[in-house]
Write a protein that binds this ligand. Structure first.
Ligand code: FES
Length: 151
């Protein structure tokens, strides 16, 4: 049994310790916002916050998050009001997604960036987001939305 915080709630997962966190969140807890892309830690589609750090969860055994805090795209909105985060609102305002598949991972990495650096430079954004791939090429709009949310 592995216990951790999932979007602010303590959860217990009766799953093999080496099962990737992405599988546990999607299949066991039925939160489907985090996506499976490459399965090799290369694309960022599966990103979740683990203790505030953007983390690839397709290659992270669930045992590694025991007693730690995991936040998925489902946990970014305000818990009480369900109002989207400032960053999510900027994503909507700038019509960032195209196909959308990578976007939960993009939002997770952008959230981690703004939490640690509320006023990032272009270079900071490029550096923080370089591991999240988008085959539709939404990178310019991602950058615009991050800048708008940071203002
Ligand atoms: Fe995890 Fe690509 S699915 S990095």
């Amino acid at each position: 049994m592995i216990s951790f915080q999932l979007n602010g709630q303590r959860v217990d997962a009766d799953v093999p310790a080496d099962m990737p966190l992405l599988w546990v969140v999607r299949d066991h807890f039925k939160l489907k916002g985090s996506k499976f892309g490459c399965g090799m830690g290369l694309c960022g589609a599966c990103s979740m916050l683990v203790d505030g750090q953007s983390t690839r969860t397709c290659i992270l055994p669930v045992a590694a998050v025991a007693n730690r805090a995991v936040t998925t795209i489902e946990g970014l909105a305000d818990k009480d009001s369900q109002q989207l985060s400032t960053l999510q609102q900027a994503w909507v305002a700038h019509s960032v997604p195209q196909c959308g598949y990578c976007q939960s991972g993009q939002l997770i990495s952008a959230t981690a960036l703004l939490n640690s650096n509320p006023a990032p430079s272009d270079a900071d954004i490029d550096n923080a987001m370089q591991g999240n791939l988008c085959r539709c090429g939404t990178y310019p709009r991602i950058k615009q939305a991050i800048k708008a949310a940071a203002e």
